[in-house]
Write a protein that binds this ligand. Sequence first.
Ligand code: NDP
Length: 511
Amino acid sequence: MLSTYPLICISICESNCESIARAIRDAGKHDGLFEIRLDCLAADALKNLDPLRALLAACPQPTIVTFRAADEGGRCDADYETRLRFWCEKDLELPANFVDLELDIAEQLIREAGPVDWSRVICSYHNHEEVPAELNQIFERLAATPARVLKVAVRVNDAIECLPIFDLLEHAKRAGREIIAIGMGAAGVATRILGPARGAFLTYASLADRRATAVGQIGIEELTSVYRVEKISSETVITGLVGRPVAHSISPQIHNAAFASSQTDAVYIPFEVRDLKAFFKQMVHPRTREIDWPLRGLSITAPHKTEVLAQLDWIEVAGREIGAVNTVVVEADRLCGYNTDASAFIAPLKNRLGPLNDARVAIIGAGGAASAALYSLKQENASATIFARDFRKAQQLADRWAVECRTIKQAVFAEFDVVVNATPLGTSGELENETPARAPQLRGARLAYELVYNPPVTQFLREAQAAGCETLAGLPMLLTQAARQFQLWTGRTANSDVMQAAAIKALNSDI
Ligand code: NDP
């Protein structure tokens, strides 16, 4: 059944009619429905709904009104009786295209056999804790009502739990019912982006990210400009980022911009994954997955870069030697793994310094990025020294790559050509003001190479500038590894200017 309504519903949660009118004006350029959350209205605005009635009647775009219960994510504490009375007494007559009634209210209205226009009812079930095991029974209860549209919005705590939600969309399609099925939370974002293409009646957006009315809800600008939800079909090639957390990543902005500029029918989605093995078995591997989707590739980030090795059929040499993979390509019924961090680390460095043989490089940190850097420095015959706070870890890594290691305490770097920050110190948020080395320690080194890319200028880079060092920021590495991923997934060269512009825009909007 093809809906004639827009695919995106902008949820508006404001305390009075003037603010609702302003929000509708702000969102005017988007071709969407508006969901007006009556539970967000202040008590006095709720008492007199005439201004709202006038506003709904004049609204140029279709509307849904909702009076969500607190235990279903609502903003006011009206109990069941109050909400039932609210709907029964007058407000089913609000001039909205749809009213969203919770399942318990809808079932009571059926028992009362009152005059309800079910052709404009969305009958909904919310669970803010989990995806309940009895999701199918809940669907049957919803489907037993004469409501035109059914809605299930449940909390997803691991991307694997998107699977029952996608199943529900299929089930509803077979049953000939219109449905909205949403996985709330960062791990459910895939259901919000792919829902309409998989048959959902609509997906929700907030007016701006900071005004989300449910966890994981994406801003309208991002949903339409970054993810291009209205252009996604069942044929659209799927790629994405697997990690935990993933919400902070700017990779969706970078990759989706590259897909858009090259007219590639593909989308890049964040997947917040806890159980990597289950995710790969049930949603990724072509021989075992339980979802029919054109998945082409994945970026892998912390904490899964090593664990992913066991899920792959083939791994390129760099990935095997480093013991970490950050890129997966689905090739027919096989999964192939690559490490694009290693080559991306070295390319910007060589661009800056030329050949690196015999260059003396200090690497601060002994984690995955340090390991990728050591692999590529070895290929270039550079000499590396690891500096780490945990000497035992540093020693293990040093033994593996046959390089020297020292403790970070009181380190001085004057003897080095390059000093690399391969720790998260300086990353936006709690670590932003931190640095693994101060100016006096860096004085005498030629170049400070920062792997942190957000913020674009870190404390480490400022210290290096103060010490008179040249500097190299982390963004070129991020963009270089993303460009190789694009090439691996599409077979084409990425437009690096487009990727860079998208990254800078995303980083600036983060600040
Ligand atoms: P890991 O968690 O694997 O390693 C981090 C390393 O930093 C560990 O050795 C850790 O030590 C050390 N570290 C953490 N906190 C401190 C501290 N307070 N003082 C000293 N050392 C510390 O992370 P990755 O190697 O994957 O990533 C490191 C950084 O590089 C991240 O910020 C990441 O965003 C960035 N990166 C950037 C890329 C790009 O494209 N620009 C690509 C890959 C990574 P310990 O083991 O003792 O905790």
